[in-house]
Ligand binder design. Sequence first.
Ligand code: TYD
Ligand code: MG
Length: 455
Amino acid sequence: MAKAKTIYYCQNCGAQYAKWQGQCTSCKSWNTIVEEVVSKPKERVWSDSNLSLEQQLKPKVSRINDISYEDEERVVTPDLELNRVLGGGIVKGSLILLGGEPGIGKSTLLLQLCLQLQLSSLYVSGEESSKQIKMRAQRIEKTNENCFILSDISTQNIFNQIKKIKPELVIIDSIQTLRTDLIESVPGSISQIRACTAELITFAKETHTPVILVGHINKEGHLAGPKILEHMVDTVLQFEGDQNFLYRIVRVKKNRFGPTHELGIYEMKSNGLKQILNPSKILISNHNHHLSGTSIAASIEGVRPLMVEIQALVSSAVYGTPQRSSTGYNAKRLNMILAVLEKRAGFKLGAKDVFLNITGGISIDDPAIDLAVVAAILSSSHDIILENNNCFAAEVGLAGEIRPVPRLEQRISEADKLGFEKIFISKFTKISTKPYNIEIIKLSSVSDLIEHLFN
Ligand code: TYD
Ligand code: MG
C-alpha cells in the first residue's frame, strides 16, 4: 500500500516542512511543528452545478471593462452595532470570522442574530448539542420560525442540510471543530481549518450566502490556527471585553467591504447581549471619581485604536535627588517631557518627584500619548482636575511644539464613538472636515495647552 502523504506544519505560523525539526525556521518558535496526514482532495465537497470538476475549475479570463459590477448587496440586520461594524450590513456571499476569548459571548451574539433576522438561517454548532442551543435561545427570550439548528462537525453533512433548507445565512460555531472527509487530520489542525474554510468560501461565493465563522483565540489573544485563515476570509471581527468585563466590544480587524475602525459595544445581560447605542454613558459612570493627574490619550495599539488612561503624581522630593518613575511609558521620554516643560513652559519640576502610570498594566510606545502625559503632569502639579470628557492625541517635540501623529482620523473617530467631547491635537495636522460630534482643538505649543487647561 502506498504510504499516506504527510506534511509537517508549524502550528504557529503555518510554514510547511518535509521533515520534523525542533524549531520553526520561519517564525523561530520551538516545538510547534507537527506531522499531519494530507490526502489530495479528489472531489469538491460543495458543488451545486452539474459541471464536472474540471470545468468548474477552468480559469476564466475577462477584461476588466467587461466585468459587470453592482454594489454589494447587504443583509441589514436588526443589530445596529453589527451593521455599523460591518459597514452597513452583512455583504451577501462574504465570509466573516468572529474571534474572541471563551465565554465572551460569540455564540450568544450569533444565535441572537439568527433569532432576530427575518431571513432563514442555519446555525451549525460543533460544540453544543441542539438542546443546549435551545436553552440558550430560551435565555435570550426570542424565537424564530426560520432559524434552523444543526449540531454536526462534518462539512459533507452540513452541505447536505444546506441544500435541503437553503438558508440565507449560515453560522459555523466554530471553524476549529469542523472536519472535511477529504482530509484525514483531526479537527482544529491547520490542514482541516484551511480545507473547511476553502469549502465554505466556495459555497458562499457560488450561492451568495453569507457565512459567519466563530474562531477560537489562543492564549496570546491571537486567532487560533494559521494566519492564513484571516487572509482567506473577507472580514475579521474581534469580540473582546473591557477591563472590568461588563461591556463587550466588537472590533473590525479586516474588512474588504467597509471601514476598519468602527466598533460595536454591547452589554451582557441575563437575557442576552444588549446594544449600547450611547457609549458616553459608560465613560461618565466609569470616571465619576474626579481626580487631578489623570488624562486620557487616544492611542493606537498595532492597528487598533485604544483610549488609555494616564495617571501622574507630582510631589515635592523627600530626598535630595528627585525620583522619576514610569510604568508603561518610556522613562527617557518622561525625562525629556519634564525637561521640555521646565525649559519651554517655565514649570519648576526639577525638585519634584514625578511618577507616571498607564492604567490597566499596559505599555504603550505610541508617541501620540505625549500630550496626555504633559496634561496629566500639569494637572497633578497644579492640582487641577481635567475635564473627564477631554482626550489628547499629539506628540511633543523638544522645542515644546505639538506635533502631528499618524492615523489621526482613526483616533478622532474612536474618541468620538466613545463619547468624548473634546480632543486636543496638533495645529499642523491636515484632516478632512468630516462631521464629528467631538470638538477638535488644535494646539501649536505646550503653552497653548496650558492656556486651554488653566484658563
Ligand atoms: P457564550 O456565548 O457561550 O460565549 P462564547 O461562545 O464566546 O464562548 O457565553 C456567554 C457567557 O455569557 C456565558 O458565560 C454565559 C453568559 N450569558 C449571559 O450572561 N446572559 C445570557 O443571556 C447568555 C445567553 C449567556
Ligand atoms: Mg461558544
